[in-house]
Ligand binder design. Structure first.
Ligand code: ADP
Length: 346
């Protein structure tokens, strides 16, 4: 099928008009005079040129006006068509062009709507989750304070312990707000990594030492394997310390009494693979794909009572991804879990 451009259309119409006019005038001429070839040709040429120019101008004006209207309508929705698409190119098939532009706009528009709907759902879920999470410590603090106000303050058996419990609830809220602050910074890329070369084995030892008391409460043995080695990596030490802390705290929280947590390092050409393995309760396979989502919990009620914010693994994943590295989990329910991530060698 030939291309329908304003130029093409004007040419065809002008040709038809020129032909008709020259035929008509030739017929009139022939009735009164003998046939004159030069007269017919000059009528044809002049009609053709004049009507071609006039038609080209008219069609261009018309299309320009109509096309701009469509363009403006689409643009009033503020979704981008290219600026130069306002101009009518007389060499181009204008109707195909309009159709192409509208289809393009439709695709962009749908993608934009999907993105906005996704964001809206995320925002709603996030706010819903936060308020839900904060309710637990708020209600427990309220409970202790009310009991103290209603006479408990004078009762030597409970006044101190209730205040301590209320303080624990407040600490949980502070922890959660800190985690929320951290995650919002990580998600909006507002965290600048302070990368440097450091010994990851030494850092792991320090993290395990700081969690020794917590582990003892559950008689969990913390062990850094290859602890005499020096393995230098290039990363942000304070952020990686947070990763190791979150993973180790989880291994204790979801660990079994008398169990163990160990950390091991593997040389992978350009990277170092760090594995944290526990002998805890493990995670059923169906939960693994969603484990790093914010507020995702395997055992909803219990985890909340245990004191985690539900953001620990989401923060861990963000930090590792900010280092352009990956994190994985392998777990067998009832046997234990293993979290592994990579870091660039220094
Ligand atoms: P939380 O504050 O609930 O610990 P996380 O994001 O750190 O939140 O962990 C998400 C969920 O993953 C936990 O609620 C728990 O169910 C599960 N989980 C994380 N680490 C382990 C582990 N080492 N062993 C078993 N389950 C774990």
């Amino acid at each position: 099928m030939s291309v329908l451009t304003p130029k093409n259309l004007s040419f065809r119409l002008a040709l038809a008009l020129g032909g008709l006019c020259s035929l008509g005038s030739s017929l009139i001429w022939i009735i009164n005079n003998p046939f004159n070839f030069t007269f017919s040709v000059s009528i044809f040429i002049s009609t053709f040129i004049l009507s071609y120019l006039f038609l080209l101008w008219g069609i261009k004006q018309y299309v320009d006006k109509q096309f701009k209207l469509i363009y403006k309508t689409i643009h009033s929705l503020k979704i981008g068509l290219k600026k130069d698409s306002q101009k009518v190119d007389i060499e181009e098939d204008i109707f195909v062009k309009i159709r192409k532009e509208v289809i393009e706009w439709d695709i962009n528009n749908r993608a934009e709507i999907d993105r906005l709907q996704e964001q809206e759902k995320f925002r709603r879920d996030f706010i819903g989750n936060i308020s839900h999470e904060l309710k637990t410590p708020i209600f427990s603090i309220q409970g202790y304070i009310l009991t103290l106000l209603e006479g408990g303050l004078e009762d030597e058996r409970i006044n101190r312990s209730f205040l301590q419990k209320a303080e624990k609830g407040i600490n949980r809220m502070i922890e959660m707000v800190d985690d929320l602050d951290e995650i919002s910074k990580l998600e909006s890329n507002r965290i600048e990594l302070k990368k440097q070369s450091f010994d990851i084995v030494k850092l792991a030892r320090e993290v395990f030492e700081s969690l020794e008391d917590k582990a003892k409460e559950k008689q969990i043995n913390l062990k850094v394997l290859q602890e005499d080695k020096v393995i230098n990596v290039n990363a942000d030490p304070s952020k990686i310390s947070q990763v190791l802390t979150n993973l180790t705290v989880n291994s204790i929280n979801y660990g079994t009494v008398g169990g163990s947590t160990s950390i091991k390092f593997f040389d992978l050409h350009d990277n170092i693979l760090i594995e944290i393995k526990d002998t805890g309760k493990g995670i059923a396979e169906e939960h693994l794909p969603r484990l790093f989502e914010r507020f995702y919990r395997v055992d909803k009620g219990r985890s909340r009572a245990d004191g985690g914010s539900g953001l620990g693994l989401a923060i861990v994943k963000h930090i590792i991804e900010a280092h352009q590295q990956t994190i994985n989990v392998r777990s067998t329910e009832g046997k234990g879990s293993m979290f592994s991530f990579t870091l660039k060698k220094a």
